[in-house]
Design a protein around this ligand. Structure first.
Ligand code: UDP
Length: 455
C-alpha cells in the first residue's frame, strides 16, 4: 500500500497524439517536482504499444477511446472516432477515478485537454477540481474563442482582420479551418468546442509563456482567467532543474539517437538544415519531390525526417545520391537534434511543439505550414518573433524548390540570417527565464497548485 504523503494527486488526460501527449506529460513532471503525485492517462492502444515506465510519483494508466486494438486510425471517420472517444472515454475515465478512490492518494484534480471537453463533466460528477490545458498558442485559442462566441463571423469576407491583442491578420495567417472554409469540419467543431465549458473549469492553463505573446495573453485574460505555464520542454534543455529529465519519455515512433548524433557531430557548427514535419503531416508526392530537390540542391548539409508511412514518396535512389551531404531517418529525438551545435536552421511544419522547441533552443526556422494552427505559428515566426521566414505557397498549393532554397539561404546566411539567430537566442533566454524559479510560468504553476490544493 502507498504511504507517501503527496500534496495531491493529479490525473492528466491528453488527446492521444504525440503533440498533445508531450506537453501534458512534461507538465505532469513539473507538478511532481512541486510535491504532487501525477498520473498520465493515455489510451490502452498507446499504452500497450509504448509500455511507458511508471515511477512512484509519475505513473501511467489508461482509459479507452474504443480502439484498443489498432488505435483510432481504424475509425471509419473523424466524427465517429470523436464520438466513440467521448462515450467510451467518459465511462473508462470514471472507472479510473473509482479505481483510485480508496487508495492513499485518490485523484483530486483532472487536467484535461480541451479537445476532450467531456472530461470536465466527469470530473465535476465526482466533485474533482478540473483544469483545461490548451496545447496551442494563446493567439490561436483567442481566435477560436472569438469564433465560438460569434465575435468573429465566418466566412471572413473582409480583410485585414483585427482582433484585440493580435497583430493585423490576413486570411492566410488564420488557422486553416478558418481560411479554408469547410475543411475538416469535425476537427473545426472540436477546436471550437474547447470553449464549450471552459467557463466551468477551475483553471485554464496554456502551453505558452507570457513574454512570447503578452498582448494576446492580456486580451484573453479579460474573458478567461488563464495561466501560461510553458514552455513544457524537458528541463535538461532549459534550466536543468528537474533530475533525469532529458526526454519527454513517451515516443510513438522509435529512433536510435546515436545515428543522428554521430552524423551531426562530424558537421561544422551551424552547417545543417534539420527538416521535419512532425508526427502527423503527410506531404503530397509533389511536395516531397520539391523538398528533396531543394535540400539536395542547397549548399548545406541536411537531416530529414521522413516518417515510415511517407518513405514510399521519396525519389528513387535519393538516399544513395545524396551520400554524406544528407541523412534521412524515420524519426529522431528532435530535442537532441535541435540542441546540436551543427544545426543552423529548422525547416518545420510549424506544429506548436516544434515551434516552441526551436524558440526555446534558439534555432531559427523556415516555416512550411500545412494546416490547422501551423499557418498562424508561421506568421508569428516571421513577423512577431522574427526568427525566420515563412515559405510562399504557389497557386497549386505547393511550395516550390526555388522558394525553399531561397528561404534556406535567407535563414542560413547573410545579415538577415544573423538577425534571426540573435532573436532566436533572445527567445531562448526568455524561455529559460520564464520556467526558472520565480519566472512568469513558474509562478503560474505555483499559483495553479495552490489554487487546487486550497480548493
Ligand atoms: N518529434 C520528435 N521526433 C521527430 C519529429 C517530431 O521527437 O522526428 C516530436 C517533436 O519534438 C514534438 C512532437 O514530436 O514534440 C511534434 O509535435 P508538433 O506539435 O510539432 O507537431 P504534430 O506532430 O502535432 O503535427
Amino acid at each position: 500500500m502507498e504511504n507517501k504523503a503527496y500534496r495531491g494527486h493529479v490525473l492528466a488526460l491528453p488527446f492521444p497524439i504525440q503533440g498533445h501527449i508531450n506537453p501534458l506529460l512534461q507538465f505532469s513532471k513539473h507538478l511532481v517536482s512541486k510535491g504532487l503525485k501525477a498520473t498520465l492517462a493515455t489510451t490502452r492502444f498507446i499504452h500497450n504499444t509504448m509500455q511507458p515506465q511508471s515511477s512512484s510519483s509519475l505513473q501511467f494508466d489508461t482509459i479507452s477511446d474504443g480502439y484498443d486494438e489498432g488505435g483510432f486510425a481504424q475509425a471509419e471517420s473523424i466524427h465517429a472516432s470523436l464520438n466513440r472517444m467521448e462515450t467510451i472515454g467518459s465511462k473508462t475515465l470514471a472507472d479510473l477515478i473509482i479505481k483510485n478512490k480508496n487508495t492513499a492518494n485518490p485523484i483530486d484534480c483532472i487536467i484535461y485537454d480541451p479537445f476532450l471537453p467531456w472530461a470536465l463533466e466527469v470530473a465535476k460528477k465526482f466533485g474533482i477540481f478540473g483544469a483545461a490545458f490548451f496545447t496551442q498558442t494563446c493567439t490561436v485559442n483567442f481566435i477560436y474563442h472569438h469564433v465560438h462566441h460569434g465575435l468573429l463571423k465566418l466566412p471572413i469576407t473582409s480583410t485585414p482582420i483585427s482582433i484585440p491583442g493580435l497583430p493585423v491578420l490576413e486570411l492566410d495567417d488564420m488557422p486553416s479551418f478558418i481560411s479554408v472554409p469547410g475543411s475538416y469540419p469535425a476537427y473545426f467543431e472540436m477546436v471550437l468546442n474547447q470553449f464549450s465549458s471552459t467557463d466551468k473549469a477551475d483553471a485554464v492553463l496554456v502551453n505558452t509563456f507570457y513574454e512570447l505573446e503578452p498582448e494576446a495573453v492580456d486580451s484573453m485574460s479579460k474573458v478567461c482567467r488563464l495561466l501560461p505555464i510553458g514552455p513544457t520542454i524537458p528541463s535538461f534543455y532549459l534550466d536543468k532543474r528537474l533530475e533525469n529529465d532529458s526526454d519527454y519519455g513517451l515516443n510513438l515512433f522509435v529512433s536510435d539517437s546515436s545515428v543522428c548524433n554521430n552524423w551531426l557531430n562530424t558537421k561544422p557548427e551551424g552547417s545543417v538544415i534539420y527538416a521535419s514535419f512532425g508526427s502527423m503531416a503527410s506531404l503530397s508526392n509533389k511536395q516531397m519531390e520539391e523538398l528533396a530537390f531543394a535540400l539536395k540542391g542547397s549548399k548545406f548539409h541536411f537531416l530529414w525526417v521522413v516518417k515510415a508511412f511517407e518513405e514510399a514518396k521519396l525519389l528513387e535512389k535519393f538516399v544513395e545520391e545524396i551520400g554524406n551531404k544528407g541523412l534521412v531517418v524515420q524519426w529522431c529525438s528532435q530535442l537532441e537534434v535541435l540542441s546540436n551545435k551543427a544545426i543552423g536552421c529548422f525547416l518545420t511544419h510549424c506544429g506548436w511543439n516544434s515551434t516552441l522547441e526551436a524558440l526555446s533552443l534558439g534555432v531559427p526556422m523556415v516555416g512550411v505550414p500545412q494546416w490547422t494552427d501551423q499557418t498562424m505559428n508561421a506568421k508569428y515566426i516571421q513577423d512577431v518573433w522574427k526568427v525566420g521566414v515563412r515559405a510562399k505557397v504557389c497557386e497549386n498549393g505547393i511550395v516550390e524548390r526555388k522558394e525553399i532554397e531561397f528561404c534556406i539561404k535567407e535563414v542560413m546566411e547573410g545579415e538577415r540570417g544573423k538577425h534571426f539567430l540573435e532573436n532566436a537566442k533572445k527567445w531562448r533566454d526568455l524561455a529559460i527565464k520564464a520556467g526558472s524559479k520565480g519566472g512568469s510560468s513558474d509562478k503560474n504553476i505555483d499559483e495553479f497548485v495552490s489554487r487546487f490544493i486550497n480548493s
